[in-house]
Design a protein around this ligand. Structure first.
Ligand code: SF4
Ligand code: SF4
Length: 304
């Protein structure tokens, strides 16, 4: 089993730099990058911005500065640039390498205290709930986000679905498959978008799947991974895989579904690399639409 230090070496020495050198600066990725399209600043693009900057950083040609961090930090890690790249550059590995390289020094480069404190509190369900209820009444929060927060808190509470098994309704076709749903109240995304979790359960049961929602899952680990906190990311990966094993033994799980979230699902698909183990996750971990596309839609779509 790898340690956080082994991962550091793997990501910085084998991963990040190799991937950065694969970039031929063709620019095909530019139109896919939301931060470049928002700023039209090359430094906020993958090509001549972040990949170039990280390469210089990792080879000692550039010192970490607040400006450099600002450009790395603005990346929303959507990984759309990877889908457009003819050279197959795995951009996420480049970014991970930068954060691994900066490691704990990161906080010395202008990260404000509330970001540092926020990271420490990231996993506490109570703190997340409190933060969401305070932030939804702040004047600077966009209205569409407030709507999401309020809906989740007042109407569809995540706690009400955790630890439950949802059967196929009597009037719906039974397919015979069983889905393990990845969601956790120790994640700001699922606490603020609980309506997506409810919708996923509804769509999957109406399409013939029994849905098992464990209470034990924790954060997928992506925020820690992207900040170079590999020991924590490893701990969370091991924990979530243990939860999957436990439910697999108890119920027999056909698929793990992540309610349509790019970040958590992408992190789940990194678990084999992180844990250095064959887990066959690529065949089993998917989002709702991928599963329905794979098995075919049998339920009716419509208002709830
Ligand atoms: S598409 Fe790939 S090779 Fe081309 S500039 Fe972007 S990252 Fe580099
Ligand atoms: S991950 Fe997304 S935001 Fe970051 S460089 Fe790639 S396309 Fe741009």
């Amino acid at each position: 089993m790898m340690s956080g230090d082994d991962l550091y070496r793997k990501f910085v020495e084998e991963g990040g730099l190799n991937e950065a050198y694969k970039c031929v600066h063709c620019g095909f990725c530019l139109p896919t990058c939301p931060t470049y399209r928002a700023t039209w600043n090359e430094a906020d693009s993958p090509r001549g911005g972040r990949i170039y900057l990280v390469k210089a950083l990792l080879t000692g040609k550039l010192q970490p500065t607040e400006t450099l961090l600002k450009h790395l930090d603005a990346c929303v890690i959507c990984r759309r640039c990877e889908t457009a790249c003819p050279s197959g550059v795995q951009y996420s590995k480049v970014l991970e390498a930068a954060y691994a390289y900066l490691g704990s020094k990161l906080i010395d480069y202008g990260y404000p205290w509330y970001v540092r404190t926020g990271f420490k509190l990231l996993e506490s369900p109570t703190v997340i709930k409190l933060a969401l209820s305070v932030s939804s009444s702040l004047p600077g929060i966009p209205r569409h986000m407030k709507g999401g927060f309020a809906r989740s808190r007042d109407v569809e509470r995540l706690d009400d679905v955790l630890g439950r098994v949802f059967e196929v309704p009597r009037d719906k076709p039974v397919r015979g498959g069983r889905v393990l749903l990845f969601t956790t109240n120790s994640c700001v995304a699922w606490q603020s978008h609980t309506h997506l979790v409810y919708a996923t359960i509804r769509v999957l049961t109406w399409n013939g799947f029994e849905v098992v929602v464990p209470r034990e899952f924790k954060c997928c680990g992506a925020p820690y991974m992207h900040m170079g906190m590999f020991n924590k990311a490893l701990e969370l990966a091991r924990h979530n895989i243990d939860v999957l094993d436990k439910y697999d033994k108890a119920y027999g799980i056909d698929y793990v579904v992540v309610p349509d979230s790019g970040g958590c699902q992408a992190q789940w698909l990194e678990y084999e690399r992180l844990l250095n183990a064959k887990l066959n996750l690529k065949q089993r971990v998917m989002n709702t639409l991928q599963l329905l596309d794979k098995v075919g839609l049998v339920g009716e779509l419509g208002p709830r």
